[in-house]
Design a protein around this ligand. Structure first.
Ligand SMILES: CC(C)(COP(=O)(O)OP(=O)(O)OC[C@H]1O[C@@H](n2cnc3c(N)ncnc32)[C@H](O)[C@@H]1OP(=O)(O)O)[C@@H](O)C(=O)NCCC(=O)NCCS
Length: 295
């Protein structure tokens, strides 16, 4: 893995300093990252849920987690996770009040050194020009993506493919093989984490699986486009049935014409947003819709 070359070390007293993240940093790192992503953590369940998410990658990959501080205040966080032969940027965020002062660059530099011996990498990027610039500078090939959002036209729904069934803990070994075939690494720990938070997993035999996180398609990996389309239709139907949640599908690359076809036929709105950064050869990544925090 190539490391992002650092600029000269900032020595001004208010320059960001980077250090390894500890469990004690979780509340401050969660607050900084929630502010950066405009995530509402004012209510208690929302705050706890985001803190659990931030604590998760620290627990699995403490060596890939760092915080930036200015003075005594934690203003930014980075988390990288390594699964088998894949490095993945799980979180990079700087509090809006401290952005554009090199914290993001310094954090990413440290996270890239973690897992420097694995040959493939993936970043599910926001649309922030600073993020896109940093990832491209670090040697990632940037692939632009689309978002699809909007109420589902239920008249467009095809009958559910009878081969699709709900999946849980007992299916994780089988699903690991599908993830390996598509992106070079399993998702087992992250699927287990998702299940503990109430996500729904469905599988199409050994041809593919999809994960739905309360209205959002959180991951879809399939060995062929027919299975991928059937899975996407099915999770959109489940999402549409989730009360007032508007279904969304994000990080759709141009390689996923099967997904573009489904979301447009489902009546959803498509817009360009974000990118996927790829380094080395994780796998075909098609038919594939990545998990935002875990690739
Ligand atoms: C993306 C983010 C982490 C970058 O961190 P940061 O501390 O604000 O950015 P940095 O100061 O390190 O700047 C990064 C690069 O963008 C450039 N940059 C700084 N401000 C910029 C601006 N307003 N517009 C465009 N480029 C800018 C910097 O010059 C630097 O490039 P260089 O290293 O070639 O000089 C941070 O802005 C953020 O949290 N954004 C919102 C959340 C988000 O989108 N996170 C990324 C998720 S994938």
């Amino acid at each position: 893995m190539i490391a992002l070359p650092p600029h000269e070390a900032p020595d001004a007293p208010d320059a960001p300093q980077i250090r390894p993240m500890t469990a004690a940093d979780v509340p401050a790192a969660s607050a900084a990252s929630a502010a950066a992503f405009d995530i509402d953590i004012v209510d208690e369940p929302g705050r706890r849920s985001w803190e659990k998410r931030v604590a998760y990658s620290l627990q699995t990959d403490p060596g890939g987690a760092f915080v930036a501080r200015i003075g005594d205040r934690v203003v930014g966080v980075v988390q990288a996770v390594v699964r088998e032969r894949l490095w993945c940027l799980s979180l990079l965020a700087v509090d809006p009040g401290a952005q554009s002062r090199s914290a993001g660059r310094l954090l990413l530099h440290r996270a890239l050194a973690y897992g420097a011996d694995v040959d493939a990498g993936i970043i599910i990027s926001s649309n922030d020009p600073r993020a896109l610039r940093l990832y491209a500078a670090a040697g990632f090939r940037m692939v632009p993506t689309f978002d699809a959002e909007g109420p589902l036209d239920r008249r467009a729904l095809p009958p559910t493919d009878p081969a699709i069934a709900g999946a849980g803990e007992d299916d994780l070994d089988d699903l690991a093989e599908i993830s390996r075939a598509l992106r070079g690494a399993e998702h087992t720990a992250e699927l287990r984490f998702g299940l503990s938070r109430g996500v729904r997993i469905v599988r199409h035999g050994d041809r593919g699986f999809a994960v739905l996180d309360f209205g959002r398609v959180w991951l879809l990996a399939a060995r062929d486009e027919e299975a991928a389309s059937a899975l996407l239709w099915h999770v959109l139907e489940l999402a549409g049935a989730d009360g007032d949640r508007t279904p969304s599908v994000r990080w759709i690359t141009g390689e996923q014409q099967w997904a573009i076809d489904v979301v447009l036929r489902a009546g959803m709105r498509l817009s360009a947003n974000g990118a996927i950064g790829i380094r080395g050869r994780p796998g075909p990544l098609a038919p594939y819709l990545p998990s935002p925090p875990f690739g």
